[in-house]
Design a protein around this ligand. Structure first.
Ligand code: R5P
Length: 269
C-alpha cells in the first residue's frame, strides 16, 4: 500500500485505536429530504465536530458543508435510483474520481447489492472503482446494501462483506446481526456498521453499537439514529464513548442523559 492510500485510510479508521465514528448524511441520494435531514446544513453543523469523518454526496458537500472543515470527507459515489423508482439496486458510479479528488475526498463509498437483480452491475462498479482508487491512492468503502427481499442475517451479510473484500474494497459497511462475529471472522477488512431505521429506544441504539464493537466491528457509520434522535449531539457523544473509550451501554447512556440535561438547561437560561 502506498503512502497516500495509507494516509487516507488512517483518516477513515483512526490508527490510535483502530476505530471510527463516521457520520452518515448521504441518505438524500435516494430518499430525498428525509426526516431530520430536510436542510442538510442544519443537521450537519452541530454534529460535525464530533464526527471522525462525514459520509456525504458531492451535492450536499458543495452546498451544505463549510469547506474550511478539517473533518475528512467520505464521498458517496454510487446512486441513480430513488425510493419511488423501479429498483433501488440499479446503481451506477455517479462521480468521477477526478471530481472526488477536487473535493478532497479521503475515501469513496459505493453500494453493492449482492443477490439483487443488479448484483453484477454493482459488483462490476466496485471492481472498477477499486482500480480507479488504487491509481490515486484513495480507499474504497463498500456499502453492503440489503434489498427488500434479502434478510439481514449473518449468512447473507458474510457473503456480501466477503465479496466486497475479495473485489478489493478497503473498508466494508454492513449491518449488525445475530452471530455478527461470523461476519467479522469471514471478512479480512475493517467492518463498520450502519444504524438502519431509527430505533424507538435510545438504549437500543447504544446496545447495537456496543455489541457490534464487542464482536469485532471497527466502528459505526450512522445516520438516522443520530440525527433523528431528540438530541443528536447527545447521541453522537454517547456513541463516541462506546467506540473510542470502550464504554459500556450504561456509561454511554449516562453520557447521553447528562448531555440532554445540559442542553435543556442551556435552553432555559
Ligand atoms: C444509505 O442510505 C447510506 O449508505 C447510509 O449512509 C447508511 O445506511 C447509514 O445510515 P443509517 O445509520 O441511517 O442506516
Amino acid at each position: 500500500m502506498d503512502w497516500g492510500m495509507k494516509n487516507r485510510t488512517s483518516k477513515v479508521i483512526r490508527p490510535r485505536d483502530g476505530r471510527c465514528v463516521m457520520l452518515a448524511v448521504d441518505h438524500g441520494y435516494f430518499l430525498g429530504p428525509t426526516e431530520g435531514l430536510e436542510v442538510p446544513s442544519k443537521t450537519i453543523r452541530p454534529l460535525l465536530s464530533y464526527a471522525d469523518s462525514l459520509m456525504v454526496t458531492r451535492g450536499v458537500l458543495r452546498t451544505s458543508v463549510n469547506p474550511s472543515t478539517d473533518v475528512p470527507i467520505v464521498l458517496r459515489v454510487s446512486g441513480g435510483s430513488s425510493i419511488v423508482g423501479e429498483d433501488l439496486s440499479n446503481e451506477i458510479i455517479t462521480n468521477s474520481v477526478e471530481d472526488a479528488i477536487r473535493l478532497n475526498a479521503i475515501c469513496l463509498a459505493l453500494s453493492i447489492f449482492v443477490g439483487s437483480k443488479y448484483e453484477h452491475q454493482t459488483l462490476s462498479s466496485l471492481a472498477k472503482l477499486v482500480d480507479e482508487g488504487e491509481k490515486y491512492g484513495i480507499p474504497i468503502l463498500a456499502v453492503t446494501a440489503v434489498g427488500k427481499e434479502m434478510s439481514r442475517d449473518a449468512r447473507y451479510l458474510s457473503l456480501a462483506c466477503r465479496v466486497a473484500a475479495e473485489l478489493g474494497a478497503h473498508v466494508v459497511k454492513t449491518y449488525y446481526c445475530e452471530n455478527f462475529e461470523k461476519v467479522v471472522e469471514g471478512c479480512p477488512l475493517p467492518i463498520i456498521i450502519a444504524g438502519g431505521k431509527k430505533l424507538s429506544k435510545e438504549s437500543d441504539v447504544l446496545e447495537l453499537a456496543y455489541n457490534a464493537i464487542r464482536k469485532g466491528a471497527s466502528g459505526v457509520d450512522m445516520g438516522r439514529n443520530i440525527w433523528q434522535s431528540d438530541c443528536p449531539v447527545a447521541m453522537i457523544k454517547a456513541l463516541r464513548a462506546i467506540v473510542h473509550k470502550d464504554s459500556d451501554v450504561k456509561e454511554a447512556h449516562d453520557i447521553l442523559l447528562k448531555e440532554k440535561n445540559r442542553e435543556s438547561n442551556s435552553i432555559k437560561l
